[in-house]
Design a protein around this ligand. Structure first.
Ligand code: HEM
Length: 393
């Protein structure tokens, strides 16, 4: 009888890929914590993510509203909804994230990236997460919301507090901090919506108000949901890129000498070391997958991180190969909940790395004993001590 595998041990958090290989040999099985059903092969993960009728996202909102937290608008955000509610809302919201809508933000995002890269490279010895990877997406979301620049740090704290809610058993003091952040967010976003209704601007909130298609609660839930969705994952995409390059110095040289390779680099990092490792669903009926029956009402963890190392889909899956043929990776999910911010995240990563690589000859990782995130969903280093070598200009 096979022992249940555990997704949350320190060894697995530091390197989940050996466990994923083991899971692909038992492609649908229960794992710890909590006896969730892990799905790890590419085709099965696609099946789960595509089928919102049998694999529901609503209901999982409860994990953002544990007994110690009476009220949390994140539980009503887009990603926690099922069709038809989800379809209607998503249609309204997706316009704001289309290519043409995003192109008007490009020069402002580049300016943020240039300013951060200049300051980061000047310091040379840096925690890359604190100096660059975190401030970039926090400031971009700040820009989208039309908030004061000083709010960027607060957005990051809010994102940290929101992602720590599911599956956590916080101390009384931590519960109080999280409740405080939620109250602060709600006050801030209510005031923002009110101000933009009275005097619309060019920001995302004004744009969504102009559509007149969303209720106040829907808009509030969306603004709450974007904070963890838009900040943490992008922080980890940037940090994972530098981590992977530190292990592949030849690839670093190639990209530095030919910045046109940056989009390919980003795609391969998204596959090889994805910031979004998994998505959770709840089965609405008994479902058979790879010959195993998952009972109704079970929590399913679709492991995109494992699926993207599936040899049947990605030859030499454990190798980091920038020149891979373009293949649809699952880093941004798949199907009805496919990441609304995928284009924005790719743009932020491209502009961020262009600004950085144009200023350095190379870099080295100073220590390998840094901690990785303790989330079952998002993966990235919490700190990344780098020594940057400025280019001679
Ligand atoms: C590298 C960065 C990012 C990664 C890896 C990522 C990953 C994902 C994944 C895997 C999903 C699907 C979740 C599911 O199926 O349950 C998702 C959904 C979503 N993401 Fe992202 N994301 C990133 C950046 C962003 C950004 C920058 C934004 C916006 C500012 C954003 C907004 C959203 C939203 C609104 C959804 C929900 C879509 C829906 O339910 O229809 N994401 N993201």
């Amino acid at each position: 009888m096979n022992q249940p595998l555990h997704l949350m041990t320190p060894e697995v958090r530091a390197n989940p890929y050996p466990l994923y290989a083991e899971l692909r040999r038992r492609p649908v099985c229960q794992v710890e914590p909590g006896g969730m059903w892990a799905v790890s092969r590419y085709d099965d993960v696609v099946t789960v993510l595509k089928d919102a009728r049998r694999f529901s996202s609503a209901g999982l909102g409860q994990s953002f509203r544990p007994p110690w937290l009476e009220h949390n608008p994140t539980a009503d955000s887009l990603v926690m909804k099922d069709p038809p509610d989800h379809t209607r809302l998503r249609t309204m919201l997706s316009r704001a994230f289309s290519g043409s809508a995003l192109s008007r933000w490009e020069s402002s995002i580049r300016a943020i990236a240039e300013e951060l890269a200049e300051a980061t490279v000047r310091r040379q010895e840096v925690d890359f997460v604190a100096e660059f990877a975190m401030p970039l997406p926090a400031r971009v979301l700040n820009l989208f919301y039309g908030l004061e620049p000083s709010m960027a740090l607060r957005l990051k704290r809010w994102a940290d507090d929101l992602v720590s809610i599911p599956a956590s058993q916080p101390s009384p003091q931590r519960m109080e901090e999280i409740r405080h952040s939620l109250a602060e967010m709600e006050r801030c976003f209510n005031a923002l919506i009110e101000a933009r209704r009275a005097s619309p601007g060019e920001d995302l909130v004004s744009e969504l108000i102009r559509t007149e298609a969303l209720t106040h609660e829907e808009l509030l839930g969306f603004l709450f949901g974007l904070v963890p969705a838009g900040v943490e994952t992008t922080v980890y995409l940037l940090a994972n890129t530098m981590y992977v390059l530190s292990e592949h110095p030849r690839e670093m040289e190639r990209v530095r000498d030919n910045p046109a390779l940056i989009p390919r680099l980003v795609e391969e990092v998204l596959r090889y070391e994805p910031p979004g490792q998994s998505s959770l669903r709840l089965t609405t009926e008994d479902v058979e997958l790879s010959g195993v029956t998952i009972p109704r009402g079970a929590i399913v963890i679709a492991l995109m991180g494992a699926a993207m190392r599936d040899e049947s889909r990605f030859p030499q899956a454990d190798r980091f190969i920038i020149d891979r043929e373009a293949q649809s990776n699952l880093a941004f999910g798949h199907g009805p909940h496919f990441c609304l911010g995928a284009m924005l995240a790719r743009m932020e990563a491209r502009l961020g790395l262009e600004a950085l690589f144009s200023r350095i000859r190379g870099f080295s990782l100073q220590r390998r004993d840094f901690a990785w995130s303790q989330s079952i969903i998002a993966r990235g280093p919490l700190t990344l001590p780098l020594h940057l070598e400025p280019s001679r200009r």
